[in-house]
Design a protein around this ligand. Structure first.
Ligand SMILES: Nc1nc2c(ncn2[C@@H]2O[C@H](COP(=O)(O)OP(=O)(O)O)[C@@H](O)[C@H]2O)c(=O)[nH]1
Ligand SMILES: [Mg+2]
Length: 447
């Protein structure tokens, strides 16, 4: 079982309590992070950098101060996790997530628990104003959601204790959904909010959702329409926000409801969250399939390159041996001829017999003829020259050997094991998880 530092990876016994979707995301995550056979570890050996999929979607809430962000989280979680009120309550960034027991964590513990948020460390001061509230609630789809509650944005001299804009832009880039709450009586149109919304929209338009919050506080229907028109007009003035058909559902917290005829579209948010969760699960499974294919290709490429390199080395060694042999044979034959002529025919007959001497004589005749052309005074020089040329040729063949590094038996074995794990464990697991996911919505006969 993989070792992780997240609170919500509980022991296997807890698996029974997880919903199918939670189980799928958790198992996908584990397939990546296992220490030896995890996809991240395998891919890194082939220079491929993979990221573990998240086990929850991240929803960033932004809006002016007192727009009802914290109240919305409390309503969704069905627990009073976040402080609410007209005073500026949320000064920092607070993650609200589910876990095994109620707990509040400070910045460093938060980063330890959620390594995905580590890049926040680069924004000076944020970590000191970062916290996490862990709730045991499993209401609605909370077990698959992490909310990011943020400080209310206000204009004027308000001094923020860290670079709020930079932090919110970064959080927006990594969030799956960005909820912008416009409060009809507060500073809905404060410049700070509008600037930020415009910037976020330029890179994350598909994640952005705009809501007229606290709609029950906005007076009667025509007041509400007027407020909405004002907000939409203001938004449309921004070049980065001018989209056709601004959709801005009106929402309010039912429990805080003063008698009001206003339609509450808060349930739409819940459906949107659910849809995003489903999309995330499908994306996670599709990415898992793609990552498996990429890894498979890389391992197979590695193995066939190794095969080609081994072949190349074999041919090179053979060619070098032949060239080396040829380089050595010329001086050897010449030496042999010189030794035999030096010893004389009589001596050869008495030691090796007439027949063998005759054969040697016959085969050495080309050398003898060539050697006879060399003038006697030059014979020593030519002999040394032949020796030197052969030595040079021999060295040349050896130095140009350039053998390629190939896999050791152990390495090759580990490649094959990794390939086997990806093809016979991870891919079937992905198919099974896909099946379980679809089984929730499609009848057995369609699968
Ligand atoms: N009438 C009404 N009041 C709300 C609603 N949501 C929040 N409030 C109140 O607005 C105030 C500010 O809410 P809060 O959630 O702290 O806003 P935040 O600053 O955006 O987190 C609190 O007093 C809430 O009780 C709502 O939907 N309707
Ligand atoms: Mg708040």
């Amino acid at each position: 079982m993989s070792k992780t530092n997240s609170l919500d990876i509980a022991n296997p016994l807890q698996n029974d309590k997880l919903s199918v979707n939670e189980k799928i995301l958790k198992e996908c995550h584990n397939l990546y992070i296992e220490p030896e056979k995890g996809l991240i570890h395998i891919a890194s050996q082939f220079g491929l950098k993979l990221l573990a999929p998240r086990k929850k979607i991240i929803i960033l809430l932004i809006g002016n101060h007192s727009a009802g962000k914290s109240s919305f989280i409390n309503w969704y979680v069905e627990e009073h996790v976040q402080k609410t009120g007209v005073a500026i309550e949320t000064q920092g960034i607070c993650l609200v997530t589910s876990g095994k027991r109620r707990e509040s964590l400070m910045g460093n513990a938060t980063l330890h628990l959620y390594p995905h948020f580590k890049p926040l460390q680069q924004i000076s001061g944020v970590v000191d104003f970062l916290s996490t509230e862990i709730s045991t609630s499993n209401k609605k789809k909370f077990s698959l959601v992490t909310f990011v509650d943020t400080p209310g944005l206000v204009d004027g001299d308000m001094q923020y204790l860290f670079d709020v804009n930079e932090a919110l832009l970064w959080l927006g880039s990594m969030a799956d959904l960005i909820f912008v709450f416009f409060d009809p009586i507060g500073q809905a149109l404060c410049k700070r909010t509008l600037n930020l919304v415009e910037k976020l929209n330029s890179t994350n338009a598909e994640k952005m959702r705009f809501y007229l919050s606290k709609a029950d506080d906005a007076g009667n229907e025509s007041d509400r329409q007027r407020v909405m028109m004002q907000i939409v007009q203001e938004l449309c003035k921004r070049p980065g926000l001018n989209r056709t058909g601004f959709d801005m559902p009106t929402i309010f917290i039912p429990e805080l409801n003063k008698p009001s005829k206003c339609t509450n579209q808060i349930e739409e948010i819940c459906r949107d969250i659910e849809k995003t969760i489903n999309r995330t699960i499908q994306n996670t499974l599709n990415t898992l399939e793609k990552d498996c294919n990429d890894i498979k290709t890389l391992i197979l490429q590695g193995l066939s390159k190794d095969e080609a390199d081994k072949n190349y080395n074999y041919k090179t060694i053979l060619r070098t041996a032949m060239m080396g042999g040829a380089a050595a044979i010329i001086p050897l034959v010449l030496c042999l001829h010189l030794v035999i002529s030096g010893l004389g025919t009589d001596f050869m007959h008495s030691v090796f017999g007439e027949e063998f001497t005759y054969i040697l004589h016959k085969y050495l005749s080309p050398v003898r003829i060539l050697w006879s052309i060399v003038p006697a005074s030059q014979q020593w020089n030519i002999f040394l020259l032949v020796l030197a040329l052969s030595a040079v040729l021999f060295l040349l063949t050896q130095s140009s050997l350039g053998l390629r590094t190939t896999l050791t038996r152990k390495q090759k074995h580990s490649y094959i094991e990794m390939l086997d794990h990806v093809c016979n464990v991870v891919v079937p697991k992905k198919t099974q998880l896909y099946f379980e996911y679809l089984e929730q919505s499609v009848g057995d006969h369609d699968l």
